[in-house]
Design a protein around this ligand. Sequence first.
Ligand code: MUC
Ligand code: MG
Length: 367
Amino acid sequence: MKITRVEAIPFAIPYRKPLRFASGEVHTAEHVLVRVHTDDGVVGVAEAPPRPFTYGETQAGIVAVLETVFAPQVVGLSLLERETVHARLSRTVGNPAAKSALDMAIWDALGQSLDVSVTELLGGYTDRMKVSHMLGFDEPAAMVAEAERIRDSYGITTFKVKVGRRPVSLDTAVVRAMRERFGAEVDLYVDGNRGWTAAESARAMREMAGLDLLFAEELCPADDVLGRRWLVSRLDIPFIADESAVTPADVTREILGGSATAISIKTARTGFTRSQRTHHLAEGLGLEVVMGNQIDGQIGSLCTVAFGSAYELTSRRPGELSNFLDMTDDLLAEPLRIADGELVIRPGAGLGAALDPGKLRHYRQDR
Ligand code: MUC
Ligand code: MG
């Protein structure tokens, strides 16, 4: 169970339609596939999605930091030494997606070596999660039509509506149109990706007061410390910290400072080892948790559902597991399928992320 080699393979798969939100937009999934090889011939996999507008990482940077800094720190360690891996990676600040993909590929290799699923290794609570779908910026009618298509095709009835545009009525009109079209049939929440000021957020939330939202997420920047505390103190629904709370220490700071009352856990940025710490912290603090999506492909979504299914708290709410539906293709030999609004973990050992070699050859950018 010794790690012998780490590969970082850049690949690019176009989106059918771009996903647009307040902090950026994604047209092509330019991700990095991470493969961890062991002396027993096991290969663990995960993917790193670079999000420069959120964490500063780029695809080239992720490949470079994995090859030159992180791989030499883990080669020679046993798959069982995950805390040593965590301590060594933590010597370098930042680089959350690169560290997380390496961490999750190690867990996948460990699961395969022990012949148990990653979900069982982590906690084994259930084998599935309900799915929440993210709606990117568009006109109200187009966003409602997209929600109808997603509901009819996959049985999904929870939607996260991207907000944060100016004037705020551009977005409140979408949420109103969604509620008018679907009534009580759907659950709705909003994510501003820091696009509004605290005052704009308060105005938008007033306009949406009768629309029965579940949560509000990152409506304004956490750096506007007093403004955000003021906003959160006025809300009567949980306020989710997403990109403002990457590490467990960030979560502690946001929650104890009164700048958030719930959190998003994203395996793409905290892997499995750190996501465990964040989960335990959230449980101790009595926080609502949503398993978030960093616009992951199918391998990343498999990682999210594997972790989310492992615990009662993380599987309680629908997880954001469907961004891959907007991609034209992916790398898995057996594509993920969402049915009846649910995504089920793969049976068998590790993550169950067998790759299609032809697709990898086609989409990889390094040869
Ligand atoms: C989200 O929840 O914010 C947008 C940027 C990112 O890093 O994740 C997405 C979704
Ligand atoms: Mg978010």
